[in-house]
Write a new protein. Structure first.
Length: 119
């Protein structure tokens, strides 16, 4: 994965993942680029990305969407909340959210493991 993200208003929020070897029946290959614009950034609290689009390796972009990430201390732990918004009533959007839900779960679990086990 590669990224270019600048934590300030109007900064880029861009993540690139290698295309998968397999093809989803509706979306085609997964991976590609998610890009948006940081609209709000509050250190130690979170940020909001607007005008987000997923640019798959094959096919048309999906978007626009928003991404809100918040971080709040909950005792000795940090509670991270991720909310993604944006939707059009069609099979591609429905499939996108079905696929991305498991992707968010595995990415957040990997982040949790990294933070808890970092030396």
């Amino acid at each position: 994965m590669r990224s270019v993200t600048i934590p300030r208003a109007l900064g880029p929020y861009t993540l690139e993942r290698r295309p998968t070897d397999f093809r989803d029946e509706i979306l085609g290959r997964l991976g590609g680029v998610f890009r948006g614009t940081v609209m709000q950034f509050q250190p130690n609290e979170g940020f909001f990305v607007a005008d987000g689009f997923w640019l798959p390796p094959d096919g048309d972009p999906i978007g626009p969407m928003g991404l809100t990430i918040t971080c709040a201390m909950d005792g000795p732990a940090c509670r991270l909340t991720v909310k993604q918004s944006g939707f059009e009533e069609n099979p591609r959007w429905r499939r996108y959210y079905a696929v991305i839900a498991s992707g968010w779960r595995s990415s957040l679990a990997a982040l949790k493991d990294y933070v808890e086990n970092a030396a």
